[in-house]
Write a protein that binds this ligand. Structure first.
Ligand code: UDP
Length: 414
C-alpha cells in the first residue's frame, strides 16, 4: 500500500465560497473527532473523480483536527483489468468473472491488507478496496465502504460476488438511494453525494482572457461557439454519442466546435483504446479536438475549457455522480446531461441545463442554448447557486464527520 503525498488546505479558505456557517458547522462537528486516525484507501492517486475528491477531502480533514491519511493499493496491471470489468458489470454490462479473475482480485487485496497502516476509521473506496477488511484488514477500526458507482442496473452475479465483502463493513455510503441493492444486509447505509472543491486551480476563478488563450493554444477558436465534454474516454461517458450530437448541431450552426478532454487514469485500462475509437469516430473533422493529459491538459486547462464552453455536455449513459457536472455549473455554464445516475441530482431540467436520453435530444437542447444567450445566462446563475447550496466539499466533509461520530459512538443502525 502506497501513501499519497498531500498539499495542505485550510478551512478558512472556504468561507468565501461556502459561507461562514458551513465552515463553522464543519469545525463544530470535527471537535469530537480530534486526533482520530482516519485512513482513506482507493485505487489511484491520479485520474477520475475519487482521486479528485480525496486530494481535497483528506487535507481538509487534517485541517479540521483529524489525523487523516490516504493510501492507494499496489497491484499488477491485470488487477485493474479485473476491477474495470467489475466496474462495468456493476454499471450494467452482462460480464462474468472467471475463477482466475476472482482469485487475482482476492489475492491482490489480501496482499494489500497485510500492509495496512493502523487507523481508527477506514474508508475503502469502490470495488478495488472492498475486500481489504474481509481479508485481514480489520485491526479494530470502524470500516466504511464508499461506493462511487451507479448500481441501478448492477449485473446480479458480479454484485453477488461483491456483496459479502461489502457486508463486512460497519457502514456503506452510496450517492443515491436508487443505488442501494435490495438484498444488502449492513448495519448502516448513508446517502452522501460527492462534491467539488471551489478553491482548486480547476474551480477557482480564471480570467476570461486566460481561458481564451488556453483554448486557442489547443487549436480551437474562443470566439466561435464551443461544446465541451470533460470525461475519461469510457463507453459510459458516450463520447461517440457526443460526436454524433455535435454533427447534428453543426448541420444547423456550421461554426460550432467540440472539445473533449479526458485524462487517462491509472486504474482505467480501457482509456487508451477508447480514445482511439473516439478519434476514429471524429475522423479528423475540423472543429473537433480530443485532448488528454498527454497533450498537457491539466487542471488549469480543464478549468479554461469549462469556462470557455458555450454549453457543457455530459452525455453519460451511467454515472455515479459526475463531478464534471458540478464543475461546469459552478462556472455558470448550462449543462446538458444524460438522465442517469447522479446527474439529475445536479441538473434540474429546464432550470440550470437539460436532461437528455438520446443523441437527437442532446443536439436539440444544445441548439436551443446556442441560440439563446439570455437563457444561458439565467441557467448559468441557477447552476452556480445549486452547487453552492448542495455540492461544495464543506458539505461532503460535514457528512463524513457526522458518520464518523456515529460510528465511534457505535450507534444503532440508521
Ligand atoms: N478530469 C480531469 N481531466 C480530464 C478528465 C477529467 O481533470 O481530462 C477530472 C474532472 O475534472 C473531474 C474528474 O476528473 O474532476 C472526473 O470525475 P467524474 O465524477 O466526472 O467522473 P469519473 O471519472 O469519476 O467517472
Amino acid at each position: 500500500m502506497q501513501s499519497v503525498e498531500l498539499t495542505p488546505r485550510s478551512l478558512d479558505d472556504y468561507v468565501a465560497a461556502a459561507g461562514g456557517d458551513a465552515v463553522d458547522e464543519v469545525r463544530r462537528t470535527a471537535a469530537a473527532l480530534s486526533g482520530a486516525r482516519v485512513l482513506h484507501i482507493n485505487a489511484t492517486a491520479y485520474g477520475g473523480g475519487v482521486a479528485e475528491i480525496l486530494h481535497s477531502l483528506v487535507p481538509l480533514m487534517r485541517d479540521a483536527g483529524l489525523d487523516a491519511s490516504w493510501a492507494v493499493v499496489e497491484a499488477e496491471p491485470a488487477f485493474y483489468d479485473v476491477t474495470k470489468k467489475i466496474h462495468n458489470a456493476l454499471q450494467g454490462m452482462a460480464l462474468e468473472l472467471s475463477a482466475a479473475e476472482q482469485e487475482l482480485f482476492v489475492e491482490t487485496q489480501r496482499r494489500n491488507a497485510a500492509t495496512l497502516p493502523q487507523a481508527d476509521l477506514v474508508v475503502a473506496h469502490d470495488p478495488q478496496t472492498v475486500a481489504l477488511l474481509a481479508l485481514g484488514g480489520a485491526h479494530g477500526a470502524r470500516w466504511t465502504w464508499r461506493c462511487h458507482i451507479d448500481l441501478t442496473a448492477a449485473h446480479p452475479s458480479v454484485w453477488e460476488f461483491m456483496r459479502p465483502f461489502v457486508e463486512r463493513h460497519d457502514a456503506a455510503i452510496f450517492t443515491m438511494p436508487q443505488f442501494v441493492q435490495p438484498d444488502l444486509r449492513i448495519n448502516r447505509v448513508e446517502i452522501i453525494p460527492p462534491a467539488i472543491d471551489p478553491t482548486t486551480p480547476k474551480n477557482r476563478e480564471l480570467p476570461r482572457e486566460q481561458s481564451a488563450e488556453i483554448v486557442r493554444h489547443h487549436g480551437l477558436d474562443p470566439d466561435r461557439p464551443l461544446l465541451v465534454q470533460v470525461s475519461r474516454f469510457d463507453p459510459w461517458k458516450d463520447p461517440l454519442g457526443v460526436i454524433d450530437a455535435f454533427r447534428l448541431v453543426r448541420a444547423e450552426v456550421p461554426d460550432v466546435q467540440l472539445a473533449m478532454l479526458g485524462s487517462l487514469a491509472h486504474d482505467d485500462p480501457e482509456g487508451a483504446a477508447f480514445l482511439e475509437r473516439t478519434l476514429a469516430h471524429a475522423d479528423g473533422e475540423e472543429g473537433i479536438r480530443c485532448l488528454t493529459n498527454l497533450d498537457g491538459v491539466g487542471d488549469r486547462e480543464v478549468s479554461a475549457f469549462q469556462r470557455a464552453a458555450t454549453v457543457i455536455i455530459q452525455k453519460s449513459l451511467r454515472e455515479g455522480f459526475g463531478l464534471v457536472v458540478s464543475e461546469g455549473l459552478w462556472k455558470r455554464v448550462p449543462v446538458i446531461g444524460g438522465n442517469c445516475g447522479g446527474i439529475p441530482l445536479q441538473v434540474i431540467d429546464g432550470v440550470n441545463g437539460y436532461l437528455v436520453e438520446s443523441v437527437a435530444e442532446c443536439a436539440q437542447r444544445a441548439l436551443t442554448l446556442l441560440r439563446d444567450p439570455a437563457l444561458r445566462g439565467r441557467m448559468g446563475d441557477a447552476g452556480r447557486e445549486r452547487v453552492r447550496q448542495n455540492f461544495l466539499i464543506t458539505r461532503n466533509l460535514r457528512d463524513y464527520l457526522r458518520l464518523f461520530t456515529a460510528l465511534r459512538a457505535g450507534s444503532a443502525a440508521a
